[in-house]
Design a protein around this ligand. Structure first.
Ligand code: ATP
Length: 365
């Protein structure tokens, strides 16, 4: 019989209040050794507070934090095993890059030659070989964040904490650096938690995403799980784009949205009473334009109202016949736009991928 490895980091019922305001409610989470986990959520949802509690920079109110089998809940930051990178690079401006990186090592009273060798190794690791003699002011934001990363990794911590490390950087540097952080994390195998409010960033680097809202974990899952199988309407709205349709449950496992009758996907909608209001979520790519049967249950017709371009794709906002005031967004590649004649004002026949619908009781949190 195989047993799951015990988690490297375990949060057990972690809660936090600031006066009368509850910032975190009973957070339960397990992170395996070597995982890259993102805390994702809107501003104020509590993700930074949770990270700071793990780091010991913020006192938790209730619960326990267990790292590598040890309860670290009451340990001061200096006695915990992590490296941290903040949004603002937080380098010492009056110290050279080498001295910044060496800071944690010198504090541990390591021999000078060993420290110098380690600093060189770390600067090479983050793509800045030979920069040790420079000062922070001589480096770009992206380079400073690489130095901050080298400093955080200097003592080979068991846990790497990244608090919005990319949000002060411009878009191109941000994407490059996030890929580099991911590659480095894989290479080192260091268990990593990154806080971000950018869902694309979380989707691109995380093994698992922890979606948070108002101090509560809404869902923990792989990027594909949170995208394809959002556990709550909040996750469906916050991660990726989705059209939200108001519908009503019918008695026979079907759903009625306006004049459309759609089959409820297998495994969803259990316990819905006939007549119960439901919210349906559909991703923009979950449509078929060519090759669908005339009696496809999601078949419909509509008019393109508006087109929004993003890179090699566009989003077409459709007014769907029989679905007044409930626009549906469909995604097309630019080649498909030509192929299917997608332009503003055009009529289009398509089928909604009803197997991909997510169904929630209306009013579900
Ligand atoms: P952001 O992306 O804006 O940093 P966040 O999800 O990281 O948001 P937190 O910084 O964790 O959110 O804050 C969670 C909530 O707790 C917010 O409503 C915030 O105003 C509140 N909060 C955080 N720190 C304090 C504090 N020291 N005193 C009072 N309230 C606080």
């Amino acid at each position: 019989m195989s047993t799951l490895p015990s988690p490297y980091l375990q949060l057990e019922g972690v809660g936090k209040r600031f006066g009368a305001f509850t910032a975190l409610h009973d957070v339960q989470l397990q992170i395996q050794r070597g995982e890259f986990v993102c805390f994702l959520g809107p501003s104020g949802c509590g993700k930074t507070t949770l990270l700071r509690i793990i780091a010991g920079l913020e006192q938790h109110g209730s619960g326990r934090i267990v790292q590598a089998g040890t309860d670290i809940s009451s340990l001061p930051p200096a006695e915990r095993d992590y490296g941290i990178v903040f949004q603002s690079y937080a380098l010492f401006p009056n110290l050279s890059i080498a001295d910044n990186v060496a800071y944690g090592l010198v504090n541990r009273r390591q021999p000078r030659a060993a420290v110098a060798a380690r600093v060189n190794e770390l600067l090479t690791l983050v793509g800045l070989p030979g920069s040790g003699g420079k000062y922070p002011a001589q480096m770009s934001g992206g380079q400073q964040q690489r130095v901050a990363l080298a400093r955080a990794l200097a003592t080979s911590p068991g846990l790497l904490l990244l608090d919005e490390p990319l949000s002060a950087l411009d878009a191109i540097v941000r994407v490059r650096l996030r890929n580099e952080i991911r590659a480095l994390q894989r290479q080192l195998g260091v268990t990593t938690i990154m806080v971000t409010h950018d869902q694309e960033e979380a989707m691109s680097v995380a093994d698992r995403i922890v979606v948070m809202n108002q101090g509560v974990i809404e869902q923990v899952g792989t990027p594909l799980q949170v995208y394809r199988e959002p556990a709550t309407p909040f996750v469906a709205d916050f991660v990726g784009k989705a059209s939200r349709l108001q519908a009503v449950a019918e008695s026979d496992g079907w759903l009625r949205a306006g004049a459309l009758r759609l089959p409820c996907p297998a495994g969803q909608g259990q316990g819905l009473a006939p007549g119960a209001p439901v919210a349906l979520y559909l991703r923009p790519e979950d449509r078929i334009v060519d090759h669908f049967e005339a009696d496809h249950p999601g078949a419909c017709q509509g008019t393109v109202r508006r087109i929004e371009f993003s890179g090699s794709n566009c989003l077409a906002e459709m007014a769907v016949d029989g679905l007044p005031d409930q626009p549906v967004q469909l995604q097309f590649s630019l080649n498909q736009m030509d192929e299917f004649g997608v332009r503003e004002g055009a009529a289009l026949r398509f089928a909604l991928r009803t197997d991909r619908l997510r169904v929630f009781a209306a009013g579900a949190a």
